[in-house]
Design a protein around this ligand. Structure first.
Ligand SMILES: *Cc1c(COP(=O)(O)O)cnc(C)c1O
Length: 387
């Protein structure tokens, strides 16, 4: 049977197993230990972040970020609409309300102009949000400068969700290090993985110390178990931190491989009518975590869903671009600012297999698969007219 080509799979380097073995040899099989500390230090060196707390997932990191900013019942949080639901779920965990902000076309990320207008309006009626969650989608940075500027003007803390953007940069600096708090994910499908894991960073040491405290059940200093606050069990295992240390060593290779996937696809497919690749905004360097394109069905001869199903028949996994959160049934009652751009990108957008471990042969199969759908359009139009 032909090999299944998946969207994005884990890609281990050579050192991970040695770090894991060290954890076993020294019996540090706990959510604490030397690998956790070293992973945090090495992560700071790599990103330029001030301080870091390793946690069990990116979602946990966002949840902690909201707790650190005292987000609670009835507060409002502005959040990018075009993203994975994990960006917004912790808002609900805290009893707060999301307000979704649309994307711009240059970066597919939060539109700074819409954010500015929305904050201005809210300032006038004295109802500013408690924080803004800014997503750096598919490895591309949002236009951080104007977003940060308007957040600072109204004194609204910025949380950067850089789960998909480790290894990217905005004007030379790592996304996640601009806002009050940044978060990253090491889930199995991300650019580097610990199988499951996340990181919270900040330049404010007090915040990161408090994150570690809350992530270990908020245990007060005492010989017995004493608690004056409700915490979480969110710390990263020392075994998994070992995997993370190995993965950090190959991060730039992984980013290069993903960018190379994009280049190969773009070279082979961008001349097909109706296909447009996700642009790379001039202010940043994208990880190209996933290669995304949009399809104009009239020009291409098939819509996004037809293409996806045709690829699936050839055992090639592709995925629609994130369904915007303002369109999700679970958020039907939530307010949103714009949303047409994100809806358009969802309707037309498709993510191609993008793992850093794809072979040339895999990519050739994907390319041939896409081309075949376009070339068959004539045939299928004829068969349609026969019906
Ligand atoms: C993966 C992802 C998360 C969540 O990370 P987990 O480690 O899976 O909890 C959050 N935001 C975005 C944009 C993601 O892609």
């Amino acid at each position: 049977m032909t090999k299944q080509i998946l969207l994005s799979t884990p890609h281990m380097g050579e050192q991970e197993l040695n770090f894991v073995k060290e954890a076993f040899d020294t019996n540090w099989i706990a959510p604490v230990g030397p690998h956790v500390d070293a992973f945090e230090d090495e992560f700071c060196q790599l990103t330029g972040a001030g301080y870091a707390a390793a946690v069990s997932s990116g979602t946990a990191a966002i949840h902690l970020a909201l707790r650190l900013l005292n987000v609670g019942q009835g507060d409002e949080i502005f959040c990018s609409t075009l993203t994975f639901i994990a960006s917004a779920n912790p808002i609900i965990y805290q009893g707060a309300k999301p307000v979704f902000i649309d994307s711009d076309r240059t970066s597919w990320n939060m539109n700074p102009e819409l954010l500015r207008e929305a904050l201005e309006k809210r300032a006038k009626i004295g109802k500013l949000p408690k924080a803004v969650i800014l997503v750096h989608l598919y490895g591309q940075c949002a236009d951080i400068d104007p977003i940060l500027e308007v957040c600072q003007k109204y004194d609204v803390p910025l949380i950067e969700d850089a789960a998909e953007a480790l290894g990217a940069n905005y004007k030379g600096r790592a996304p996640g290090t601009f806002g009050t708090i940044g978060i990253y994910s090491f889930n199995g499908n991300k650019i580097i993985t610990t199988s499951g894991g996340g990181m919270l960073v900040s330049d404010d040491e007090k915040l990161v110390k408090k994150a570690r405290f809350l992530a270990t059940q908020a245990r007060d200093t005492a010989p017995h178990y004493q608690h004056s606050q409700i915490g979480f069990n969110y710390r990263l295992s020392n075994v998994l931190a070992g995997i993370g240390r190995g993965q950090l060593q190959v991060l730039s290779e992984r980013v290069q491989a993903r960018r190379r996937n994009f280049e190969v696809y773009e070279k082979a497919l961008s001349n097909l009518p109706g296909i447009e690749f996700m642009p790379e905004a001039e202010f940043g360097y994208s990880t190209r975590w996933l290669t995304c394109l949009t399809i104009n069905p009239q020009a291409f001869g098939a819509d996004r869903e037809r293409l996806r199903l045709a690829l699936a028949e050839n055992r090639i996994e592709s995925r629609p671009v994130w369904k915007p959160l303002h369109m999700q049934p679970v958020f039907a009652e939530c307010e949103s600012v714009g949303g047409e751009v994100a809806a358009y990108l969802f309707e037309r957008g498709l993510c191609l297999p993008s793992g850093s471990n794809l072979t040339d042969q895999d990519k050739t199969r994907v390319i041939e698969g896409v081309k075949a759908v376009h070339e068959n359009k004539k045939v299928s139009q004829d068969s349609l007219s026969m019906v």
